[in-house]
Design a protein around this ligand. Sequence first.
Ligand code: GLP
Length: 262
Amino acid sequence: MEVLILDTPEAAAELTARVIAKALRDNPHLTLGLATGRTMERVYGLLVRMHREERLDFSLACTFNLDEYIGVSADSPNSYHHYMYEHLFRHININLRHAHLPNGMAADSAAECRQYESAIKNHGGIDLQLLGIGRSGHVGFNEPLSALFSRTREKALSPETIAQNSRLFVGDEPMPRRAITMGVGTILESRRCLLLATGAEKAAIIAKAVEGPITGMISATALQLHPHCTVIVDEAAAAQLENTEYYRWIFENEPEWEEFRC
Ligand code: GLP
């Protein structure tokens, strides 16, 4: 794992978008894992701008989102289908048939989860998985006590997540209590992970996720096991990390990051 500390949330989002754009330019057939949440809105805004101004091409790419609420239909403004369409898909040249999200309305959700796993495998696995982090330490909706080998499945949301995300729900639709999420094991199989966290409210959980012991209580700690995981944070989210001198040295000196420094 490596941790990159940027001055501002804008700079952290920009670095994240540039890493994704480089991966896509290097491999136009990229299979990209996508995340939702407020943190990602800036990243998607930048990718849209790169598509418009720098001809970043998504036409051959394929995407798999981490999760979707159970019982929320794709056309609901509260669904992650809607989020992705509004923030990214409708602004870029992706083939919507290649943009996958779990179906939260599936009659047989266990079968839906199995099919989602098969679809990822059939596409050759995920090349680059974008991740946010919830205050409970979840990645996707892998709430506390998620097995570190878990696969795509139904998961009950924690009270903390329900409180955090219900503020984003619009209209009369109640916040669901369950979601379909890729498992921790599914996420760990992606070739590269890129986690973005910004803001002071993420500082405590970032310190635990990066420098704390690996535990099923905080699924993000499993990323310490991943051979190629980059965590990008702004100063506020980095505030409770201890080893920052080393992390800053990496960004300033490692050749991989040279082209991203300015
Ligand atoms: C939701 C998503 C997570 C995301 C989290 C962070 O719970 N299921 O994948 O990481 O939101 O959200 P935010 O960026 O709004 O803090």
